[in-house]
Design a protein around this ligand. Structure first.
Ligand code: AMP
Length: 283
């Protein structure tokens, strides 16, 4: 496993991979099995895997969330080492903020409808930060493929849109959500939950599964109302939004006939920790 902290060192090394395939996995650390699944796929499909660990300040719209975001690089490195042993394809990039943003930048993107709904609406500026950091990373790493989790479903759609807009020569690969045994979607933010909160948070997935059972049998509004009431019954959970939307455009629907690919999206607070999840209702 090779570790680089600067752009210059990483690029120097990548010169020897000019005619090879590079799979890139951007992360913010506090790694879990969800991250590992992306890395495993990138290792399998490419000559080299570059994983970045960088808590990107520009994508946080909430100062407290940024400050409290779990950071433990040494533990992350041991976790990767343990998972992949001495796989020669492993490169870890650990830049600091100055490496990624040598000059102050502020950019805003037009991702069409994706800039208007759900995460974009509730986390103003979030996808501008995601766009800025990925533009920079794609420029530095020049990956053949980049791997993103469907856990951040809207982010995956934004990244596909970004790559298309900028005509970047990178293939974007979406990877399925990895969950705890109780159904809770794995997330770095879960580290901030108590064991009791984790159990309560598992209801998010349970209620999404209930919604899946009810899709097309009840109306969209009834399915939404049932989910909202179920969440209200769990005192520890506070719903920020629930949307039932077309999985391609992310446009909310009010009628099942409006789409043949339907996904339910939620953001829920457990105490002051904000979690997101989604489940395909039908496709
Ligand atoms: P993050 O470190 O949270 O920015 O996540 C880095 C990448 O891992 C993103 O593409 C996420 O969508 C993906 N990811 C996070 N959690 C999961 C999960 N539970 N299953 C699959 N992918 C995930």
């Amino acid at each position: 496993m090779l570790i680089f902290k600067t752009v210059v060192e990483l690029q120097q090394f990548l010169l020897s991979y000019a005619n090879k395939t590079i799979g890139f996995v951007p992360t913010m650390g506090a790694l879990h099995q969800g991250h590992l699944s992306l890395m495993a796929k990138a290792i399998e499909e490419n000559d080299l895997m570059v994983c970045s660990i960088f808590v990107n300040p520009t994508q946080f719209n909430n100062k407290e969330d940024l400050e409290k975001y779990p950071r433990h690089t040494d533990k992350d490195l041991a976790f990767i080492q343990n998972a992949f042993a001495d796989n020669a394809k492993l490169v870890i990039f650990l830049p600091d903020v100055k490496e990624i943003y040598p000059n102050k930048i502020e950019k805003s993107y037009d991702f069409g409808n994706l800039s208007l709904v759900m995460e974009a609406q509730h986390r103003p500026g979030h996808f501008d930060g995601v766009g800025m950091v990925l533009e920079r990373f794609f420029d530095v790493v020049q990956p053949t493929r980049a791997y993103f989790g469907e856990k951040d479903f809207q982010q995956l759609a934004v990244v596909r849109n970004l790559v298309k807009q900028l005509k970047l020569p990178v293939q974007i690969i979406g990877c399925p959500i990895v969950r705890e045994a109780n159904g809770l979607a794995m997330s770095s933010r879960n580290e901030r939950l108590t064991p009791e909160q984790k159990e309560q948070a598992a209801n998010i997935y349970k209620f999404l599964q209930d919604a899946k059972q009810q899709a097309k049998i009840l109306s969209v509004e009834e399915v939404k109302n049932n989910f909202i009431s179920a969440i209200k019954n769990i005192l520890a959970l506070q719903l920020e939004y629930l949307e039932i939307a077309d999985g391609n455009t992310l446009t909310p629907i009010t009628n099942w006939e409006e789409t043949t690919y339907c996904v339910a999206f939620v953001a829920v607070f457990v105490g002051n920790v904000r979690l997101i999840d989604n489940v395909t209702l039908y496709s």
